[in-house]
Design a protein around this ligand. Structure first.
Ligand code: ZN
Length: 206
């Protein structure tokens, strides 16, 4: 929803509800972990009133654990925190699950997949950032493909079933190769909301 028209959020929600999208993805930025501030609880509350898809929140915020309960109360079903913001990541994942949400881990472009060797056992989802977090509309970082492939291999080797989500610079020219390398969910902002036909854009990358 980062790329949606904030003056017409209800319309944007209705469009996503009608589409074949997996979720409504919420990019929360605090201006500390990332150099931008996006939106917070009042806006998520407004989106929740219209959302008929699961809300999937991606927290680009420091000390995210201060607010896990708040996200749960707002109806968020999938909560993803950054590896780089959680020195006690296992505790964070456990807490998110204890509250009844699915727990995701996000990795910045420079963070290797190897740091998740243990954490993947406690994750429902791993999000590979394919741009540097902070802004919409950036170009896809090609090395992300290798990370997706590596995560898919770890998932098979360990017999796990976490989902692999990719966020940043997604469009109809890279979607197929991402799925072929193991991605399950692609997050798209600008590609969808700047399209003259957002519903068709979602179908084109699904
Ligand atoms: Zn995101």
């Amino acid at each position: 929803m980062l790329s949606a028209d904030f003056g017409h959020l209800a319309d944007s929600c209705r469009m996503v509800n009608q589409s074949i999208a997996w979720s409504i993805h919420l990019d929360v930025m605090d201006g500390v972990f990332v150099p931008n501030i996006s939106y917070g609880f009042p806006v998520i509350q407004a989106i929740a009133r219209y959302a008929r898809k699961p809300m999937d929140a991606h927290l680009m915020t420091v000390e995210p654990s201060r607010y896990y309960e708040r996200y749960r109360e707002l109806g968020v079903e999938w909560l993803t925190v950054h590896y780089e913001t959680c020195p006690h990541l296992n505790r964070d994942l456990q807490e998110i699950r204890r509250l009844g949400m699915k727990a995701g881990i996000a990795l910045n472009p420079a963070t290797p997949v190897s740091v998740l060797e243990q954490a993947v056992y406690s994750a429902d989802l791993v999000l590979v950032m394919s741009v540097n977090p902070g802004f919409g509309g950036q170009a896809f970082i090609e090395e992300s493909l290798e990370k997706i492939n590596r995560l898919d291999r770890i998932r098979k080797e360990k017999g796990l079933d976490f989902l692999i989500q990719v966020d940043g610079g997604i469009n109809d020219s890279n979607a197929r190769i991402l799925y072929e390398n193991g991605a399950d969910i692609l997050v798209a902002g600008n590609y969808v909301f700047k399209s003259p036909d957002p519903l068709a854009a979602i179908t084109a990358i699904s």
